[in-house]
Design a protein around this ligand. Sequence first.
Ligand code: ARG
Length: 421
Amino acid sequence: MERVNVYLNSEIGELEGVILHTPGAEVENMTPENAQRALYSDILNLNVARKEYSQLSGVLSKVAKTYEVVDLLEKVLGNEENREYLLEKICRHENAMSLFDYLLDIDAKQLARMLIEGVPLVRNTLTNFLSKERFALRPLYNFYFTRDASIAIGEDVLIAKMANAVRDRESIIMEAIFSRSGIFNTQTINPTTFNNPADVTIEGGDVLVVRDDILLIGNGIRTNTHGIDFILSRFLARDDKRKRHILVQELPYKPESFIHLDMVFTMLDFDKCMVYEPIILQPNRYQTVHITIDKGKVKEIKTVDNLLVALKSLGIDLKPIVCGGTKDRWIQEREQWHSGANFVAIGPGRVIGYGRNINTLEEMNKNGFEILRAKDIVAGKVDLNSYQKYVVALDGSELPRGGGGARCMTMPFRRKPIKWQ
Ligand SMILES: NC(=[NH2+])NCCC[C@H](N)C(=O)O
């Protein structure tokens, strides 16, 4: 079978390949008490979440090739050598080597599910018997946000170094998928294999590939300056010596709806972006920094007014569309909280987001985006090909409680190249 090439040089190029994860039992394997530890602001109902999610996967599978993490993982585990490698890596990382032999014997399909949904603790010792934990390997509650654990940049895949240990296994699995499933043709770059300060963190929600020479990176609770310096060092190490730019946006640490840059800024089109105005445009305490790399060196680091000004200086002139509309700051806050600024593009001017954020959608509509309901597209009542610019509205009441939107729930690894005018 021919391998699929990774190619991603924009946020908006026509989507060709994307990795998804339909929420499974892992999202219900939690209680209100430990939801916080799982990085949720609330607990979810799986049935409803899956229905909502099927709108997203349904729409995406009409326009691109979609892959489910569990199928890709099963593929990795189907190979004896890979299974041993991956299980050893996971068990070692999670201090659970005692599970290794037991897991090794489980068939690939079931094992793939278990590694995502969690491996229950067997109460056969006093320690386990008295333990408050239910799982020996914790469920990957956040895996439906496939955006975060791995990041396609150009032809490579950067493996995220998650800020919270509960998400570490996601990165380990994604690395195995990209380097060992036999499906992808790419090179993985993993910060943990370099000589780095131990405190590097980078998550996919913070990294936006705007153009082949421009990255936008959020610097906040999930991606720290060491993480961004790591990405910088990888660019400096390249042989091509091309000019490149990294634009860094500082983010507030609180509330949790600001965890990633894609919660306050996403690309919608060649000339339009979605912004949460108070952080991205209004004067505030969060700096924007422009790093220019040239001939293998850092040529300049400077503070700039904001992302839009910096992008304009690089030839990308974006009109901001304001999350929550322009009328009321409270509405902006409310819609941002439920991932109102978080859109994923399936092509230039063709994006997907939550329908619940009606003021945001109305604002987009005023700016030329037709509002289409995901439900109608999946049911075949609306044909995407009849529209030029649109926002596909997903029903979302459970999914956003997990803390993310359409961009967070997709991991695009292949988009058609863009011709910037
Ligand atoms: N790209 C994103 N904004 N992802 C959102 C992830 C939310 C998830 N509950 C977490 O805290 O990690």
